[in-house]
Design a protein. Structure first.
Length: 115
């Protein structure tokens, strides 16, 4: 948050290293963030989101997060199922339709009809 303030508001008037000294933040951390604001975790999550979308499309949009997790694990990708579910929720990746089961009409256990 502080690095964003330095970039957006103070960098035009002051040098970034001066802003860091006044705000008591790491100068090297500020320059690292200015060079790569996304961060390593965001890049890993985006790469995982691409793999999730690939598995989901390959399943004709029928896989939910547990089956996507199993498919990714089979490919050698290690990720938590809850993380996969969260990414699917954020990217609006959902099953195509709800699971249904064909049900037969109930069978009578006693004879029905007029007495």
């Amino acid at each position: 948050m502080v690095f964003r303030i330095i970039r957006d508001h103070l960098a035009g008037e002051f040098a970034p290293h001066e802003c860091c000294l006044v705000l008591c933040v790491s100068v090297s951390g500020c320059y690292r963030w200015l060079g790569d604001p996304a961060g390593e975790r965001a890049r890993r999550r985006e790469a995982l989101a691409i793999q999730i979308a690939s598995v989901h499309e390959a399943s004709c949009c029928t896989y939910g997060s547990p089956r996507v997790h199993r498919a990714l694990y089979a490919r050698g990708v290690t990720a938590n199922r809850k993380t996969i579910a969260r990414i699917m929720l954020e990217k609006h990746i959902r099953r195509g339709s709800a699971a249904t089961a064909a049900s037969a009409p109930p069978t009578a256990t006693t004879p029905t009809g007029p007495r």
